[in-house]
Design a protein around this ligand. Structure first.
Ligand SMILES: [Zn+2]
Length: 139
């Protein structure tokens, strides 16, 4: 098992604006970030699958210092959070468009059980692409 073989298709797809994950051939669980083996049932074989790139914000947290990472802050205010993809897998990401005031509103929505939609925003991080998110329109 070579890490590069798994990581390269993922980053190649990001260059094309697509988000890839692995799906278990046994139980159908989605693995993201991609893994060769299934973390849900332990089966050894998974296949590539493309994710919609849309999901739902589960938690939101501001960075300790918003100027900490200039590559991120140059794209406007951002926060960290947990996003659950439409496909059901949860991951920790950067979400743009969230300042202190917005975070408070979003936290209240989430606490009230309202869904907050987010979608992929693929960002150049200096030689490679990173998968970040931004709020859906109207959120
Ligand atoms: Zn499985």
């Amino acid at each position: 098992m070579k890490l590069e073989r798994l990581v390269k298709p993922y980053y190649d797809a990001l260059e094309e604006g697509r988000v890839l994950a692995r799906r278990c051939l046994e139980c159908g669980a989605i693995e993201f970030p991609p893994h060769y083996a299934c973390n849900t049932c332990g089966y050894h074989a998974t296949e590539w699958v493309e994710l919609s790139g849309h999901g739902w914000l589960k938690t939101v947290m501001l960075p300790a210092n918003t100027t900490a990472d200039s590559r991120l802050s140059s794209s406007g205010p951002y926060a960290f959070g947990e996003v659950e993809f439409d496909e059901g897998v949860t991951t920790n990401v950067v979400i743009y468009g969230i300042n202190r005031k917005k975070r408070k509103i979003l936290r209240e929505k989430i606490a009230n059980g309202e869904k907050v939609g987010v979608h992929k925003r693929i960002v150049d991080l200096g030689g490679y692409k990173g998968l970040h998110f931004e709020l859906d329109e109207g959120e």
